[in-house]
Design a binder for this molecule. Structure first.
Ligand SMILES: *Cc1c(COP(=O)(O)O)cnc(C)c1O
Length: 427
């Protein structure tokens, strides 16, 4: 093993240091494996109950009428999330699309939506119209308000009480912190906020942006009263195998409205050819609990490793986790660059390319990105990115297997070590 690590460029000093950190993590890892076991059983039960069969993997084309695979998969998702129905489609191109679909399908002119977990994920700003954009909800006469989380990261119930009004039709909650430094919300916390909203007005639709949160805990927000949970298949629930796609699981009415919006009024869920991606959707969902566990172990390993070396990490090494994203602050651009180079050099694909900071659309600074993925842009695969601006933090996530996540983190440390950016003395 030692030899193979050396052949992959990991020096004995780096190996030995990492080993010390790893030795302290076995209890955490055991808990993660327990959650994975629970969720694996849940997924298998969901597939059995929906009577998944080999014919489900057949491709359909054209209108895709009576697509057994599509209809059964939507039952499986509804079973997993304990919802009345689900819409799971390759025609939903990404997480942002799934969220835009859920929102635009369930809101009408004159309605108001309120985000009660503060600022939503960047790409939703244009969907909602916080930043003016062609086709935003604002253009259709949907108004928006936002209630910030309290400084300690919990819901501001008083703020929510005073924000809810006559026009409030939908409340949005984002489970993951995304690329902010607030804490991620647990499903229990989300459940309390939903109960609070429902007590004030049971008609309000509670939607949870579930991106990066699926299978991190044993329960999902839909087990705690969410009317819709929404996410991307190139994150956790696709298990690394889904090449595209998004899902909305929720009440019959919410899902039906989303289907009418995705295809057409009157047609809804009845069409949508699956073009041969079904096997990857099923098999990816089957693998998703253990893949998510691998990514979580990687995040916890990195948090503890870099924390021990004196770098600020969010979440902290000892903190409970409710999503798979890890941030490490390096305080200078060289650290961010070295970290990303390390992640890239550990990849099974494109390991020989060197990532460089670049100006990217939508960012106000140069950004460096590391990804050597089988599916383009897939962030359940080991990937990292860092905006080149203070506090020079790198955000990383994913890893389809724990040994790969571990190698990526070792390679990142190796790079920092070779460039003289870490010394064991500050450990
Ligand atoms: C990734 C993400 C999205 C958007 O998903 P894309 O597939 O990138 O469009 C939305 N919300 C959260 C919290 C996310 O992590």
């Amino acid at each position: 093993m030692e030899k193979l690590y050396e052949a992959l460029g990991i020096s004995p000093e780096v190996s030995a240091y990492a080993q010390k950190i790893l030795a302290g993590l076995s209890e955490r890892f055991q808990k993660i494996d327990e959650t994975a076991e629970y969720n694996q059983l849940k997924v298998i039960k969901a597939m059995q109950d929906a009577r998944v069969c080999a014919e489900c993997f057949q491709a359909t084309t054209g209108y895709g009428y009576n697509d057994l695979g599509r209809e059964t998969l939507e039952k499986v998702y509804a079973n997993v999330f304990h919802t009345e129905d689900a819409l799971v489609r390759p025609q939903i191109t990404c997480g942002t699309h799934a969220l835009a679909l859920a929102l635009s399908a369930n809101l009408r002119p004159g309605d108001e939506m309120i985000s009660i977990s503060g600022k939503p994920y960047d790409t939703l700003e244009e969907v909602i119209g916080i930043r003016p954009s062609c086709g935003s909800l604002a253009e259709y006469g949907v108004t928006y308000r936002q209630v910030e989380l309290l400084p300690n990261g919990t819901f501001d119930l008083e703020g929510i009480r005073s924000a809810l009004g006559e026009k409030t039709k939908l409340v949005a909650i984002q489970r993951s912190k995304g690329y902010l430094t607030r804490p991620t919300l647990s499903v229990e916390q989300i459940g309390e906020a939903i109960a609070f909203v429902k007590k004030m007005n049971p008609e309000i639709i509670c939607m949870v942006d579930n991106c990066y949160g699926e299978f991190v805990q044993q329960m999902e927000p839909s087990d705690f009263g969410a009317d819709m949970v929404v996410g991307s298949l190139i994150k956790n629930p696709g298990g690394g195998l889904a090449p595209i796609g998004g899902y909305i699981a929720g009440t019959k009415t919410c899902v039906e409205r989303a289907a009418y919006r995705l295809t057409s009024p009157g047609i809804g869920k009845e069409v949508g050819a699956t073009l041969g991606v079904m096997q990857s959707f099923y098999q990816g969902l089957f693998l998703a609990p253990t893949v998510t566990a691998a990514a979580l172990k990687g995040a916890i390993f990195a948090a503890n490793l870099y924390e021990s070396l004196g770098f600020p990490v969010v979440p902290g090494g000892k903190e409970e986790r409710y999503d798979i994203i890890q941030a490490v602050e390096f305080g200078k651009p060289e650290g961010v660059i070295a970290f990303c180079e390390g992640i890239q050099s550990a990849a099974p694909v494109d390991s020989y390319v060197t990532p460089e900071p670049w100006a990217m659309p939508g960012y106000d600074s140069d950004v460096i990105m590391a990804a050597g993925a089988f599916v383009q842009g897939s962030s359940i695969e080991l990937s990292a990115d860092g905006p080149i601006k203070p506090p020079y933090a790198v955000y990383f996530q994913g890893g389809l297997t724990w040994p790969h996540a571990k190698l990526g983190i070792l390679k990142s440390l190796q790079r920092l070590y070779e460039k003289g950016l870490v010394t064991w003395e500050n450990a």
